[in-house]
Design a protein around this ligand. Structure first.
Ligand code: FEO
Length: 399
């Protein structure tokens, strides 16, 4: 059978990953466009495999490698990251090809053993260590906490390829393998969504990593991540976007996130949004039962204002708000302002809980509005005025 062929990236580097067209959920992150698990084969006197794929995709992975060489001829495996979408087939590959060495970061050495209780030794490499493997030259770059302790980038010096693990990746299943073959607006959205949902909590680490690789004076002809397309055209752009996202500078943008039972909280959301829009603020309104938490996070990352609304149900928040706020808190958003609103029948605890959640994230709360049962014109006017107040604060603080 002549299927599942490798794709040539450079003279020596082949993509031997797999396409997961049906993935729709990655740890609670909605992936409507599926994903890829990228692995790479670097051909030389002693061929090197960089990462593997999720275990259920073994046949496709082996077929792609076999379209270039007999997998038994691979001499080294480099494991950039232990999470099982990339290391899932490391034990099988070790058993099968019996490589001379398997390399990982110091934390990767520990993590591979903790995952798989391997019967053979993993060779730990140091940050910025350069190594010649046959006639191929590599430099290992520790990327600790991007996004796991073990994360590492590997640079292939001979062809200036950065194998960047999860960094600069995205969940996007496509038949195309390179950035310049795809719609740039989809790439930017999916890269931003990936950054916002996976990398965001480690923004200070991203800034240090960018500074470190900048200081190494490496030229990148290709950035080859473990998900989504290989960057060969917009390399400067994706590096600049990571810099921008990691700096966490807010934009004059507001996100109004709510859920509703009988449209009262919805009316309040729309009145606040109208006040913001009238004041010239880029505004997005998202109802949670129609918007996945991971899309909310992608919108929230550059929003200077986050406004949350919830009805009170059973003396508490509407469950979708609790879900999204807990998720947001873990992602450690910075430099936001906020406000809260909600409707209730007789007890009205929702705004108190919303406020507590925002304050726990150190987001100052500019206003709190409640409506009993159905908002009156007066309350909707207060909502509109709250939108204007948030807009004024954004204009004052965001240049
Ligand atoms: Fe794509 Fe952190 O694994």
């Amino acid at each position: 059978m002549d299927n599942f062929k490798a794709i040539k990236i450079t003279d020596r580097v082949y993509w031997v990953g797999v396409i997961d067209w049906t993935l729709r959920d990655f740890h609670g992150y909605e992936t409507p466009r599926g994903s890829t698990y990228n692995a790479y084969l670097v051909m030389g006197e002693k061929p090197v495999l960089i990462d593997t794929v999720k275990a259920p995709f073994k046949d496709e992975f082996i077929a792609r490698i076999s379209s270039v060489i007999d997998p038994g001829k691979i001499k080294y495996i480099i494991s950039n990251h232990t999470e099982m979408d990339h290391s899932g087939l490391i034990p099988d590959m070790i058993d099968w090809i019996k490589p001379e060495k398997v390399f990982a970061s110091i934390k990767g050495q520990e993590a591979l053993n903790q995952h798989f209780r391997l019967k053979r030794e993993i060779t730990a490499v140091k940050d910025k260590e350069t190594m010649k493997l046959g006639d191929l030259n590599f430099t290992f770059i520790e990327a600790r906490m991007l996004h796991w302790p073990d994360s590492m980038f590997t640079y292939f010096n001979d062809e200036k390829v950065l194998f960047s693990s999860d960094g600069f990746g995205m969940h996007l299943a496509t038949s195309q393998r390179f950035d310049d073959e795809l719609d740039p607006s989809i790439l930017e959205y999916e890269a931003k969504k990936y950054y916002a949902n996976i990398i965001q909590p480690y923004a200070p680490v991203v800034l240090k990593a960018l500074e470190k690789i900048g200081g190494m004076n490496l030229e990148f002809r290709f950035i080859a991540p473990d998900h989504g397309p290989v960057w060969r055209k917009d390399i400067k752009k994706i590096l600049a976007l990571y810099q921008q996202w990691a700096e966490q500078k807010p934009a004059r943008k507001a996100l109004v996130v709510y859920d509703t039972m009988w449209q009262s909280t919805a009316k309040m959301a729309n009145a606040i949004a109208d006040g913001l829009i009238k004041s010239g603020i880029s505004t997005r309104v998202m109802k949670l039962r129609e918007s996945h938490r991971s899309d909310v996070i992608a919108e929230a990352i550059d929003a200077g204002a986050l406004v949350f609304g919830s009805p009170t149900i059973n003396n508490n928040l509407f469950p979708t708000l609790a879900d999204t706020l807990i998720y947001l808190k873990g992602l450690r958003p910075q430099n936001k302002i906020g406000a809260v609103f909600g409707s209730y029948g007789w007890s009205g605890e929702s705004t108190k809980y919303l406020k507590e959640m925002l304050e726990a994230m150190k987001i100052p709360v500019l206003g709190e509005i409640q409506a009993q049962y159905v908002p009156t014109e007066e309350i909707l006017g207060q909502c509109w005025a709250l939108g204007v107040k948030i807009a004024d604060k954004l204009k004052e603080t965001v240049k």
